[in-house]
Design a protein around this ligand. Structure first.
Ligand code: FAD
Length: 324
């Protein structure tokens, strides 16, 4: 049996959750196995039933009041207990912020081998190996998991959402969570923004020091709004306070893998690339034709951002108007 941890934000499942349910169903088909999906926290029955759309054969949920807010220790315990109760041989999580904290803890509790940041389905003929991102996205590694129970965390945006409607039973799961897991309690969570979340975004519009100052970010935000994209920035930009640190991508910031990454006025230093190079398509706009970022770009525009951006905004407006 395969257990999937279904992460939610404010009671709504994230796209990366549907990706890993789809991923788990593809693995289950290979292994002739079934998929149980576990939700933790305050999620409505309507929302839970959405998991069946992507092929879950059983849904379990833990909604105890102490589990209302994400808390890594008790959540890891609930996932491990669910894996034991369901007899799971494989546990799949998203390699999201929370998933990165949960996956190793769950693996320790289950004495399981862990492959984090998986980017492909496992190869299961005569073993169990997984291709994963390594060295901050600069390389791939193929890891073989030898333990009986296995844990995989899957990079967001690396597997497509596939519909496979089922009508799974939905049951409550109430494990004992030891008091010591609550050494830290989340009193309140305040969202910094209502914008598209950066790690989950399919399109990211990112800008660097080439934008000269925070007063010029209106164009970046406008383009992002039109395309339904998240905004990101290079480290010096957030260090200077032009943009919040939550937008800083790279080796010391967030690592992302959107379908489209547009880098405007960013040089392409290795520390920046470390966090964005697993994007599917990279578009670079830079006035310096020698900017290192062009070597990693799928498409490049050599030009002044202050001339190119207004034209891009107009083109994006015309494109989206044509779609409606
Ligand atoms: C340990 C360590 C960790 C680091 N971690 C990170 C990290 O996580 N993320 C990160 O981003 N950086 C990180 N850095 C910093 C990194 O090395 C670079 O200094 C940084 O990425 C450069 O930011 P930038 O490209 O915005 O600025 P710059 O290097 O100043 O580049 C600006 C670019 O804008 C172009 N430009 C200028 N004007 C225009 C215009 N009008 N139109 C178009 N283009 C224009 C220029 O040609 C240039 O290529 C780290 C550094 C260290 C040492």
């Amino acid at each position: 049996m395969i257990l999937v941890y279904a992460e939610n934000t404010l009671g709504k499942f994230k796209k990366s959750t549907f990706e890993i349910v789809s991923y788990a169903c593809a693995v289950a088909t290979k292994l002739n196995d079934s998929v149980t999906v576990l939700s933790i926290g305050d999620v409505s029955q309507d929302e839970l039933s959405k998991l069946g759309k992507y092929g879950a054969s059983k849904i379990i949920f833990s909604d105890h009041a102490t589990l209302k807010s994400f808390n890594v220790q008790p959540y890891a315990t609930v996932i491990a207990e669910a894996a034991k109760a369901e007899g799971a041989e494989l546990v799949i999580l998203s390699a999201s912020f929370s998933g990165k904290g949960l996956a190793p803890r769950v693996a320790v509790k289950l004495e399981a081998g862990l492959a984090d940041n998986a980017v492909d389905l496992p190869v299961t003929d005569g073993g169990f190996s997984v291709r994963k991102g390594a060295f901050s996205g600069k390389a791939f590694a193929v890891v073989e998991i030898l333990s009986a129970v296995k844990v995989i965390s899957v990079m967001p945006n690396s597997y497509k959402v596939v519909e496979n409607p089922q009508s799974p039973p939905v049951t409550k799961f109430e494990p004992q969570v030891p008091e010591k897991d609550f050494a830290v309690i989340i009193k309140e969570t305040v969202r910094a923004t209502d914008k598209v979340s950066l790690p989950d975004a399919e399109i990211v519009i990112s800008a660097g020091r080439g934008m000269k100052g925070p007063e010029h970010w209106g164009m970046i935000e406008e383009l992002a709004n039109i395309l339904g994209a998240a905004t990101a920035c290079s480290k010096p930009v957030s260090d200077a306070g032009w943009r919040p640190h939550s937008e800083h991508v790279g080796q010391t910031g967030i690592a992302i893998s959107p379908n489209l990454y547009v880098a405007i006025g960013i040089s392409g230093a290795i520390q920046h690339l470390a966090g964005v190079s697993s994007s599917k398509v990279i578009v670079v706009i830079n006035k310096d034709p020698e900017a290192p970022f062009f070597k990693s770009a799928d498409y490049g525009i050599v030009g002044d951002a202050f001339e190119v951006l207004p034209k891009l905004v107009e083109a994006a407006k015309a494109f989206t108007a044509g779609q409606n």
